[in-house]
Design a protein around this ligand. Structure first.
Ligand SMILES: O=C(CO)[C@@H](O)[C@H](O)COP(=O)(O)O
Ligand SMILES: [Co+2]
Length: 217
């Protein structure tokens, strides 16, 4: 069954826990936490302090998407704050294999994120060290962007690699996921759907989450 990971980027930061509590009550499996440094991406969001504050209240799996240069410097801080999964961008890691080992050595799950323009071959030799691959379906930096349709083929290809090589990482997609795009990416092989504006922008959060699940069968 598809898992839903609402992205807090589109939540109401003036009343963050109240908004996040609604996705937890609606049965979302994960909370997707977008960390941006104004350097790797042209936007700045939150750091470990906010993750820790939410951790004290929530039981959801915390899925931390690091859109920062030099992620190695902050892995320990985010683990201490309560991350269960950390995604680092391949484009931001000079020594990706080592970075993934660092994450796993902290006892949590390791994932790599790929920008839309980055080929899958960049992660070919680290696939056995991955618990999850995050395929960006928009350019990282902002919520509410349009899904890039060419990414469907990329998801299919990664799913084929996973099957042929008998690997068991999960495939997460992030960006522009809504009622129309969700069935396309799930059919292509996605297991986890990140959705920010579609869920947190909805009048009724639990209806939005349910509609995503129903559209994916
Ligand atoms: O990582 C990012 C953006 O960089 C995402 O997690 C967005 O926050 C998804 O937002 P929507 O496209 O679903 O509105
Ligand atoms: Co994200």
């Amino acid at each position: 069954m598809v898992q839903i990971a609402p992205s807090i980027l589109s939540a109401n930061f003036a009343n963050l826990w109240a908004h996040v509590a609604q996705v937890e009550a609606a049965g979302a499996e994960m909370l997707h936490i977008d960390v941006m440094d104004g350097h790797f991406v042209p936007n700045i969001t939150i750091g470990p302090l906010v993750v820790q504050a939410l951790r004290d209240k929530s039981r959801m799996t915390f899925d931390v998407h690091l859109m920062i240069t030099n992620p190695d410097q902050f892995i320990g801080e985010f683990v201490k704050a309560g991350a269960d999964i950390i995604s680092v961008h391949a484009e931001a890691c000079t020594h990706l294999h080592r970075t993934l080992q660092t994450i796993r050595n902290h006892g949590i799950k390791a994932a790599v994120a790929l920008n839309p323009a980055t080929p899958l071959t960049v992660i070919e030799y680290v696939l056995p060290y991955l618990d999850m691959v995050l395929l960006m379906t928009v350019n990282p930096g902002f919520g509410g962007q349009r899904f890039i349709p060419e990414m469907v083929e990329k998801i299919e290809r990664l799913n084929t690699w996973r099957r042929e090589r008998k690997l068991n990482f999960t495939i997460q997609v992030d960006g522009g996921i809504n009622q129309e795009t969700a069935p396309l990416v799930v059919k292509a092989g996605a297991d986890i759907l990140v959705a920010g504006s579609y869920i947190f922008g909805a009048a009724d959060i639990s209806t939005a989450i349910r509609s995503l699940r129903e559209r994916c069968g």
